[in-house]
Design a protein around this ligand. Structure first.
Ligand SMILES: [Ca+2]
Ligand SMILES: [Ca+2]
Ligand SMILES: [Ca+2]
Ligand SMILES: [Ca+2]
Ligand SMILES: [Zn+2]
Length: 373
């Protein structure tokens, strides 16, 4: 009897060791192979190098300073980037939340992709004797079993020559450096009523001033809402546009003619559009569905029908950039939640795949603006 018990325990331990060693063997990422995300300094010098190398199509400006004194960089890519031409505008933003690192990698990759391809001749990238037969759109256009293997150089030129692309890859550089969701400015109680510092950081994607008093007219919701408490990780700030970062974005939007905007976050593999705070459908929501569905064809994410937001369960989210961009300026604005498992994956294949897919998404939204009134 004792021996039988011993055998069972022995077999169980052996199985456990085998399983745990196979799990380790299955995990292929060791420290040196982890994806190396840009930091703020590295991005800053990259952007300035690119603007020195390609001055005729890229312009880098500081649109404001953070609490900790970092410049918030905006990149404009277009032909004649110094001028405000009669061309449609696209606004691409990332890292409202500093810990969502793939978001700015996607935009840095897109910036490099655009400027490096602008003067390239049309090239047979895959050497099959056809030129540009499979553009980046998530579809195997020539049905050879490979997807997007021969992107079009002409397409890049067309986009740059006919669109004004505004990119803010790190809306929240202090948060990126601290690896925190919120920015790093000090708070002074819920409505800034206290003298002493009570906590740090505002969730910038709750600080945009459209229907911001949604809570006040629905005080019963306010009781549950964590966004009004300064210690909350989704604290919305003491008043709309209280933060340098949201002020900076506001100036850009008010001084330029923008038609479509994408704001990248992680994670969820899902796309959202306004409204975020109520389940009442936004005016002309059909446009969001049509553009959103075309984006899902490229990145294979899910389009979340915003009017289906279970408002009582989630209690709504006022203060998002999308709500303000659409509500105040009529800009067709989307959130893209990259990836499906973590805020900042370490597997390089996952991040690289996000970057490539969203070249296609960004190209599509640039071209889509040409069809808008
Ligand atoms: Ca090509
Ligand atoms: Ca080819
Ligand atoms: Ca193909
Ligand atoms: Ca393709
Ligand atoms: Zn986010």
């Amino acid at each position: 009897m004792k021996k039988a018990l011993f055998n069972i325990v022995f077999v169980a331990i052996t199985i456990f060791i085998l399983i745990s060693s196979s799990i380790n063997a299955y995990n292929p990422i060791c420290e040196s192979e982890k994806y190396q995300y840009y930091n703020y300094e590295q991005m800053t010098s990259l952007l300035h190098n690119l603007s020195a190398d390609y001055p005729e199509i890229i312009n880098v400006t500081s649109i404001g300073k953070t609490y900790q004194g970092r410049d918030i960089w905006m990149v404009k890519i277009s032909d004649n980037p110094e001028e405000n031409e009669d061309e449609k505008g696209v606004l691409l933003m990332s890292a409202h939340h500093g810990n969502e690192k793939p978001s700015y990698e996607v935009l840095i990759h897109y910036i490099k992709y655009l400027v490096e391809n602008y003067e390239k001749n049309n090239t047979d990238d895959d050497g099959d004797c056809q030129i540009n037969e499979d553009i980046i759109d998530g579809i195997d256009n020539d049905e050879d079993g490979l997807i997007d293997e021969d992107p079009s150089e002409d397409r890049v030129r067309n986009i740059i020559n006919n669109t004004q692309i505004f990119l803010i890859p790190m809306v929240n550089p202090d948060g990126v450096e601290a690896n925190t969701r919120k920015n790093c400015a000090p708070n002074h109680g819920w409505y800034d009523k206290r003298k002493k510092t009570t906590s740090y950081g505002v969730d910038l994607n709750r600080n945009y001033g459209y229907d911001w008093d949604y809570y006040k007219i629905r005080p019963f919701l306010c009781r549950f809402f964590i966004n009004v408490r300064d210690r909350s990780f989704t604290y919305r700030g003491p008043y709309p546009f209280s933060e340098n970062e949201t002020q900076a974005v506001k100036q850009v939007v008010e001084n330029n003619n923008i038609s479509i905007s994408l704001s990248y976050h992680t994670y969820g593999a899902v796309i959202f559009y306004p409204w975020f705070h109520t389940s009442t459908p936004a005016p002309y929501y059909e446009k969001f569905i049509s553009i959103g569905e075309n984006i899902t064809k490229i990145n294979k994410y899910r389009l979340y029908k915003s009017s289906n937001i279970p408002i009582i369960k989630n209690l709504g989210t006022p203060g998002t950039s999308e709500n303000w961009l659409y509500g105040e300026h009529g800009i067709l604005s989307f959130t893209v939640e990259l990836g499906n498992k973590t805020y900042a994956p370490s597997n390089p294949n996952i991040v690289t795949d996000m970057c490539i897919k969203h070249v296609g998404v960004n190209n599509y939204v640039c071209e889509r603006t040409w069809l808008l009134d």
